[in-house]
Design a protein around this ligand. Structure first.
Ligand SMILES: *Cc1c(COP(=O)(O)O)cnc(C)c1O
Length: 388
């Protein structure tokens, strides 16, 4: 059952678009056509701040603005600090670029053997199949190419990607991403999935998508049928705040799982949006109710103009420390930093090892109590286990 809690206000409905016909509202193509993309579209519903007005000018050459009507409804029109609003509305602060920030913060361009394939790890690749999304997150790590505002001109050759994967037998895991692969047509999605599943050494395929969150209407029976025919498909979605966990998203996730696709969530820690334990705890508990495993919690990448959204890594560590032991182990994501320059995802953990030497480990538990785990073989005496 959908765990509706009145107090927690799980949103559902057409909101500002109450007069829209059901056949339009529930049609993902209508949602895409009617996205809010210009300053004037937003001004119809909310009073933009000075920073946001400046942000619309910057967005033209940095990363386009787009929000689906469905997701726009989640914005509290009276709160300029609304956590949904701050993820999607541009800001003049995006023009503040520090020396450590980069256009390609995690060094993807250095490990692209063919356009669209990022091969960083021995056994798996990232396969970018489009540069477009249903809505654009202001902190996007791939702003350099996504939405083409920076005139990157991303033209991935999907066939060259298949060929590369076919020829490299060490690749057992393919992560399809972009942009967002689920804005492609059913036919194209099915073609990509079938091509990959026909490669004998590919054991595991993942789709990375925020479409269930921005555009749950996209999860049509037809698309779910395509998914259910795949034997090795998983999906990683991207939810940052409990307010995104609507009835619509809940239903979409339950349907995806019911069609045999395990779901994981990758959240990004963002200043003033979800950078406290209470918000993350509420988020991961809702994810569990939606059968979504909290997979990664990311330190925000050093993408140009994202300083106003970035927290110090100590914030993430403190959150993890305040979760471990206090909630289900299953609900706790791994906090990671995607290393600048292309080192890959590095797990960052609170320190539970106080001391480690030849006698063993001195450990701290979640309550701060100290425990010894002896390992010194000199301490081990041999005694018969069973006396006659
Ligand atoms: C994140 C990522 C992967 C997948 O990493 P996992 O830790 O297996 O989720 C693969 N390739 C690239 C380039 C990535 O950035």
């Amino acid at each position: 059952m959908y765990p509706l809690d009145e107090k927690e206000n799980w949103f559902s409905g057409k909101g500002h678009w109450s007069k829209t016909l059901d056949e339009d509202w529930f049609n993902w193509k209508w949602q895409m056509r009617n996205r809010l993309t210009k300053k004037e579209h937003f001004e119809r519903f909310i009073q933009l701040t000075e920073h946001e007005i400046q942000g619309f000018d910057i967005a033209q050459s940095k990363l386009s603005v787009a929000v689906t009507p469905y997701f726009f409804n989640l914005i509290d029109p009276n709160n300029p600090n609304c956590p949904i609003r701050k993820q999607l509305l541009p800001s003049g602060l995006e023009s503040v670029i520090s020396r450590v920030e980069k256009k390609d913060p995690v060094g993807e361009e250095n490990t692209m053997p063919v356009p669209g394939i990022v091969h960083r790890y021995p056994d798996r690749v990232l396969f970018l199949v489009t540069d477009r999304c249903a809505s654009y997150c202001r902190y996007c790590t791939r702003s350099r190419l996504v939405s083409n505002a920076q005139k990157y001109g991303f033209h991935p050759s999907i066939e060259a990607g298949f060929k590369y994967i076919e020829e490299n037998k060490s690749i057992r895991d393919v992560l399809i991403s972009g942009g967002d692969p689920l804005i492609l047509s059913d036919d194209k999605i099915e073609y990509i999935l079938n091509r990959l599943s026909s490669i004998p050494h590919v054991e595991f395929v993942r789709i990375g998508s925020r479409v269930p969150v921005f555009l749950p209407q996209r999860l049509t029976d037809q698309l779910l049928k395509i998914f259910s025919k795949q034997e090795n498909l998983w999906m990683s979605i991207h939810i940052n705040h409990p307010l995104e966990c609507t009835k619509e998203l809940y239903d979409a996730c339950r349907k995806i799982v019911a069609h045999g696709i395990p779901l994981g969530n990758q959240a990004v820690l963002l200043r003033g949006i979800n950078d406290n334990t209470q918000t993350i705890k509420s988020l991961i508990h809702r994810l569990m109710m939606m059968k979504v495993k909290p997979y990664y919690l990311y330190q925000c990448d050093l993408i140009e103009g994202s300083g106003h959204l970035r927290t110090d890594p100590s914030v993430g560590l403190k959150i993890i420390e305040e979760l471990r032991g206090f909630t289900s182990g299953y609900a706790i994501p791994q906090f990671v930093i995607d290393a600048p320059g292309g080192g890959g995802k590095i797990p960052i953990n609170p320190n539970y090892i106080i001391k480690s030497d030849e006698n063993g480990l001195v450990l701290k538990n979640y309550e701060g109590k100290i425990f010894n785990y002896p390992t010194n073989s000199d301490l081990i005496t041999t005694k018969p286990l069973f006396l006659p």
